[in-house]
Design a protein around this ligand. Structure first.
Ligand code: MGD
Ligand code: MGD
Ligand code: SF4
Ligand code: MO
Length: 725
């Protein structure tokens, strides 16, 4: 006998529905796209069905590990928590709490426990040294949206299903399946736009699959999107195309934007971007002339030197063309479990403060209570007061993910204590003193709390666990609660329920409810499901978790609807079109206008549909076939350099040798290498990944390059030298 379970795929931001066959004995059978899923209608990518391989992976950790005499060996949960306490408390006693750093990786945002419980551990640890994958990813967008609309995740989303025109920069949803705009089957939705007579224009230094399928591909020199977009703003003003539409009533700062753009004519930015002035003018006119349109920028526009300015200008263009908050334009969703844009008082907010403190070594500003991940290595390897001596890595792999990862890898080896919560002994956790195994995703409930806040349709879908807990497994939220209790000084034996009760009570109080009453109402639920149930009940649709359980294919709550002005949480209650810190940074952009291609090379990244950052290369069905970790080089450049099978790539901070793939998909002067590879390090226990090791591109990424407003790392446009190897 087999039963079919329906479940939202937790592997990327697209939230596809999976249909999973499970035998009586708990073996996983076929996995397909759920045809009845209200959002994905059967769409699935090659990664979706590999939740089976991940679950069955013999390398996946199933018991805690402790380092004894230099070796990682299996241990009991009690031993592992006791070991953390034994080593952490004296360290805090001797060096203070700032000597402990916490790094949160990307999978936390795909996991209810990882979204809801790290905050208690962070609070209990009381350290200023908090780092996450956000500052090697989307922080610039979080800063621009925070300043413009009042909340970190208040990004306007491209209304893909109704728009007539998309201008997409620095995104490749045909491989990534979309990011900061949740939609299953981005490719199908983009094709539908063209099918109904609309246009999709892709701005990218590489002719990606998305660019190939688009109506038009505009090749751009890496790191110059801000120049291009500001010139488009210039054209809108100069040619009298500005029309804010209905949103205009709630927008302030238009004149300041006009002034900021005054100098940025298409002719002036053209040689910087490598795009001719006529094209820039036409792009501005097309955008303004389309019946509805949206500008969408993603990681290519964030992980660059002018990331915050570029992210800001995306929404400036949406606003100036009257597309902000109108169907077919850039809109806000209304998530069922609530968000900062549904909680609190409409048009009332404290505003986003940046740089309330600065990192110890380089003095980079904090954003949203975190320091840039690019600072982590120097905080560990630079002696002095406040030096980081212990690190907790929650669901992350900074050894491969952060810039100048060679330096970080060396630093990890010098820590007095490294604790990982992970599913593998990988490039980071191989240095750990204690590893806590996160349970298989199939044994936990799932609700995409994070990505439903960025969803182009309002959808709510809860998936109960497919399988019972494995023997000797511990829920990830319990691991995090235990770590919080240890950090608090309550000891390794303390009951995680204590933290969980504080969590629901805190949430009830914040919502103005009586905690006892709330706890009684939600009984017997505990853990993330209890918190979720409360968030749904107090959310904008007043749903309950029981209601969602009755809808295994999800509840469709409709398309995005206009939300201005109530969505705003800025102190002014207005859309701040010209936030002071960003406008001030335009001076730096101006100073870069004399930069030209100088015959040297710059490196960009490359996501691939069969990868997931650094961690799914241990799945054989995904890595088999042709090696994918190749250096793409334009044929003219390859000929000029006389490149053979392999090339040596060097940057200011590191060097590596990579196999060469000659293709005219990349612009001349630009080379591309995917990130997240380089699995052949000593101690890594990933048998499949090791056989397809590849090289780690972040050995080349320069940690001294960053976007100064957000502190975000630069991965695109890294100067490199290329030579035959
Ligand atoms: N050069 C370059 N570098 C980049 C990027 C780039 O484009 N170019 N992209 C950046 C981006 S966007 C991101 S998000 C970061 C990602 O950077 P990280 O978040 O540091 O790295 P991941 O590869 O996502 O690592 C995820 C880790 O979580 C573990 N894991 C998987 N599932 C679970 C779970 O359920 N629980 C727990 N506790 N652990 C789990 C995996 O084994 C793996 O070790 O990389 C960044 N680095
Ligand atoms: N299969 C798969 N899916 C993923 C991931 C994965 O690793 N694999 N990672 C997930 C994560 S964590 C994230 S954050 C998202 C990211 O999702 P996307 O942003 O769609 O990611 P990429 O595919 O890296 O697309 C970035 C594009 O920017 C281009 N680019 C580079 N530099 C520049 C530049 O200066 N300007 C412009 N305009 N373009 C530039 C690159 O050539 C690339 O095509 O994907 C998520 N989905
Ligand atoms: S696109 Fe993302 S959510 Fe959909 S099946 Fe693939 S990995 Fe899962
Ligand atoms: Mo990311």
């Amino acid at each position: 006998m087999t039963a079919t379970h329906f479940r939202t795929c937790p592997l990327c931001e697209a939230t596809c529905g999976l249909s999973i066959e499970v035998g009586d004995d708990g073996t996983i059978g076929r996995i397909r796209g759920d045809m009845d899923d209200v959002f994905s209608h059967g769409f699935i990518c090659p990664k979706g069905s590999t939740v089976k391989q991940l679950h069955e992976d013999p390398n996946r950790l199933r018991t805690p590990m402790i380092r004894r005499d230099g070796e990682l060996v299996p241990a009991t949960w009690d031993e592992a928590f006791a070991e953390v306490e034994r080593r952490l408390m004296p360290l805090i006693g001797a060096h203070g709490r700032d000597a402990v750093a916490i790094y949160l990786g990307n999978p936390n945002v795909h996991n209810l426990s990882g979204l809801l419980y790290p905050r208690f551990f962070i609070r209990a640890m009381g350290t200023r040294n908090i780092y996450s994958a956000s500052t090697i990813d989307q922080r610039p967008k979080e800063v621009s949206s925070g300043l413009m609309f009042g909340a970190m995740l208040s990004h306007p989303l491209p209304d893909l299903d109704r728009t007539d025109y998309v201008l997409m920069l620095g995104a490749n949803p045909y491989e990534s399946n979309g990011s900061l705009a949740t939609a299953p089957d981005w490719p199908g939705r983009l094709e539908a736009i063209q099918g109904r007579g609309g246009k999709v224009v892709v701005v990218d230094p590489r002719r990606t699959k998305t660019a190939e399928a688009a109506s038009e591909h505009v090749a751009i020199r890496p790191g110059t999107d801000a120049h291009l977009l500001l010139a488009m703003v210039h054209v809108l003003f100069a040619d009298g195309l500005v029309d804010l539409g209905a949103a205009g009533e709630y927008v302030t700062g238009v004149e300041t934007v006009e002034q900021a753009a005054r100098e940025f004519t298409p002719e002036i930015v053209s040689p910087v971007c490598g795009i001719d002035a006529t094209t820039i003018r036409r792009l501005a006119h097309d955008l303004a002339g389309a019946p509805t349109a949206c500008v969408y920028g993603r990681i290519g526009t964030c992980t660059q030197e002018f990331g915050t300015i570029a992210s800001w200008l995306v929404d400036v263009l949406n606003t100036l063309t009257g597309n902000l908050d109108r169907p077919g334009g850039a809109m806000w969703c209304k998530p069922a479990a609530g968000s900062p844009t549904t909680r609190g008082k409409p048009r009332f907010g404290r505003g986003v403060k940046l740089g309330r403190s600065h990192s110890r070594v380089r003095g980079l500003p904090e954003t949203y209570s975190e320091f840039p991940a690019a600072c982590l290595a120097e905080e560990i390897d630079t002696p002095g007061d406040g030096q980081v001596r212990a690190l907790f890595v929650l669901g992350g792999n900074p050894a491969l993910s952060v810039p100048n990862s060679g330096r970080l890898q060396a630093a990890l080896g010098t820590l007095d204590l490294l604790v990982s919560v992970d599913i593998y002994v990988n490039e980071t956790s191989r240095h750990a003193d204690v590893i806590f195994p996160a349970p298989s995703s199939l044994t936990r409930g799932h609700y995409d709390l994070g990505f439903y806040q960025l969803s182009i349709r309002n959808v709510a879908n809860y998936s109960p666990p497919v399988l019972p807990p494995e023997p000797d497994a511990m829920d990830e939220w319990k691991i995090l609660c235990k770590l919080a209790l240890i950090a608090q000084g309550m000891g390794a034996d303390a009951d995680p329920a204590v933290v969980d009760d504080l969590a629901i009570r805190g949430m009830a109080e914040a919502a103005g409810r009586d905690p006892d009453e709330v706890v009684a109402e939600l009984a017997p639920r505990v853990g993330p499901e209890r918190l979720l149930d409360f968030m749904l009940r107090t959310g904008p649709y007043g749903l309950t978790l029981d209601q969602l359980l009755e809808h295994p294919h999800g509840l469709d709550l409709g398309p995005m609807e206009p939300r201005l002005p109530d969505v705003l949480r800025t102190p002014s209650g207005m859309v701040e079109l010209a936030p002071e810190p960003i406008v001030a940074d335009v001076e730096r952009l101006r100073a870069s206008l004399d930069r030209r291609a100088n015959g040297g090379f710059v490196l960009i990244g490359r996501r691939q549909v069969r990868s997931n950052n650094s961690w799914m290369h241990n799945v054989n069905v995904l890595v088999k076939g042709k090696a994918r970790c190749t250096l793409q080089v334009h044929p003219d450049d390859a000929a000029r350099l006389g490149l053979g099978a392999d090339a040596k790539v060097s940057s200011r901070v590191g060097a590596l040798i990579a196999p060469v793939e000659i293709t005219d998909a990349v612009m001349p002067g630009v080379v591309s290498l995917p990130h997240g590879w380089g699995h052949d390090l000593p101690g890594v226990e990933l048998d499949v990944a090791r056989a397809h090791a590849g090289v780690n591109s972040n050995v080349l990424a320069d940690d001294t390059l960053f976007d100064p407003i957000s502190g975000n790392a630069v991965f695109n446009g890294i100067p490199v030298e290329i030579a035959p190897a």
